[in-house]
Design a binder for this molecule. Structure first.
Ligand code: C2O
Ligand code: CU
Length: 461
């Protein structure tokens, strides 16, 4: 079914409320239990069929894990799937052994086995967790959930602090998850596996209650495997307060759209002045409404807006920084040519047969050799260049970085990010302090791209 017929059908009025946050069952020894298991859910409202999914604790999305900055988080992860998996805590500056990357930081958790994750969350903000074994196949089947780290002094009334996990699904004519095309070569070598339907917290076209005259915090998380969502906060009266978990000094009015690529988060603040309905849209292509804010009367008086304090992240020292390249090449529409250096046509054909379509610095996929090794505390500047015909969302594990420049122009706000978007032909310069010892992935968060070559790792001594 194409997107247009979906849109028509959707107007038939399938609406549902957001699933409320809930706390997780805790075992006697203080571990939260998180189980990956098969489950089913309706992705296309009550008119759609049931999809076979892989879920955490049987929920879509996985349980809302809410902790407080500095808290120790202990999760006993149990794998009840038929294949190995592991859990990655995206954006958390975590102890390397807890990063959840099968084959790099831990062996994958086999079916029937468990793994204890035990770590401290150093920064407040909006994060998420997801499978990190065969992610291209496991995440778009449902293995993802929000991880919210609250400030020590919560600044918003919990009823006004709303997590919105945005997800893109490829559904068939019955509104059921289409599984036959997982790993399709065309998707891998183009924009990734794009869907034709969007949900928020697993719900189709949800109605989200807001209160008139009160400040809300909306925590947007793009958990899509490949879909970039363009959000225009000013169209619904919101301001941007944080990106990728890191708050700004003050909320910003942003005209136009903000790209929210796979894995990225955006925290918004908003105080609706009137009761009534407000559309929540994605602006990619034609504006498409995929949720409605239902603004009702306030149930309490408002508190003034208090912006959460910024996290303390290590400041890059640009004077002493080591500058390294991050050249992206590959993909359809001419990008593979950029991978020719040092290769024959035969090599290239062989790579494509092996399902490798993309490269960082001329290398497709990863092996025992890291992309670079940093001394602990060293500032690294990555100068990325996108020589492909597609956008990419590049994520560094274990660190946050400042985005300094785009196409040679210094950014007015060199914000902290853990994932940056790069458009075709764009150069982007980022800087970070490599202060977290261990082996860390760097990859495109369009999960099919990562699986077909856009993935490497770096080591911090
Ligand atoms: Cu969201 Cu390699 O991670
Ligand atoms: Cu990519």
């Amino acid at each position: 079914m194409n997107r247009r017929s979906f849109l028509k059908a959707s107007m038939a009025g399938c609406t549902s409320m957001l699933t409320p946050a809930f706390s997780m069952a805790q075992s006697d020894d203080g571990f939260f239990e998180l189980t990956a298991e098969k489950g089913r859910a309706r992705l296309y409202g009550k008119h759609g069929g049931l999809s076979d999914l892989w879920l955490y604790n049987g929920r879509l999305p996985g349980p809302d894990i809410r902790v407080t900055r500095g808290q120790r988080v202990r999760v006993r992860f149990i794998n009840k799937l038929d294949e190995p998996t592991s859990v990655h805590w995206h954006g958390i500056r975590i102890d390397n052994a807890m990063d959840g990357v099968a084959g790099l930081t831990q062996p994958a958790v086999k079916p029937g086995e468990s793994f204890d994750y035990d770590f401290v969350v150093p920064d407040a903000g909006t994060y998420w967790y997801h499978a990190h074994t065969m992610s291209w196949n496991q995440v778009p089947r449902g293995l993802a959930g929000p991880l919210i780290v609250e400030e020590n002094e919560p600044t918003f009334d919990p009823a006004l602090d709303i997590t919105m996990m945005l997800n893109d699904w490829r559904l068939d004519d019955n509104g059921v998850l289409e599984t036959g095309s997982f790993g399709a070569r065309h998707d891998l070598s183009h924009a990734g596996r794009l869907g034709n339907w969007l949900t928020i917290n697993g719900a189709s076209m949800p109605q989200i209650p807001l209160q008139q005259g009160r400040w809300h915090r909306l925590r947007l998380i793009n958990s899509s495997a490949s879909r970039v969502l363009d959000i225009a906060p000013s169209r619904f009266g919101a301001r941007v307060m944080a990106m990728d978990g890191q708050s700004f000094d003050a909320p910003r009015d942003i005209a136009g759209t903000v790209r929210l690529s796979p894995a990225q988060r955006m925290d918004l603040v908003m105080r609706p002045e009137e009761t009534g309905d407000i559309a929540f849209e994605t602006m990619t292509g034609k504006p498409f409404t995929f949720a409605t804010f239902k603004v009702g009367a306030a149930t309490a008086t408002d508190r003034p807006l208090s912006v959460p304090p910024a996290n303390t992240l290590p400041e890059p020292d640009l004077e002493t920084a080591r500058i390294l390249p991050l050249d992206m090449a590959g993909g359809a529409m001419g990008g593979m040519r950029g991978m020719m250096t040092g290769r024959t046509e035969d090599d290239l054909r062989k790579m494509m047969q092996d399902g490798l379509f993309w490269a960082f610095n001329g290398k497709a996929g990863m092996d025992e050799t890291p992309m670079f090794t940093a001394a602990r505390g060293e500032t690294i500047v990555l100068e990325s260049r996108n020589d492909t015909a597609f956008a990419h969302a590049i994520h560094l594990h274990g660190h946050h970085f400042r985005v300094l420049e785009r196409n040679g122009e210094k950014l007015e706000n060199p914000d902290w990010r853990d994932t940056f978007t790069t458009e075709p032909d764009e150069t982007v310069k980022i800087a970070f302090v490599a202060d977290n010892p261990g082996k860390w992935l760097i990859h495109c968060h369009m999960l099919g791209h990562a699986a077909s070559g856009m993935m490497s790792w770096f080591e911090v001594g």
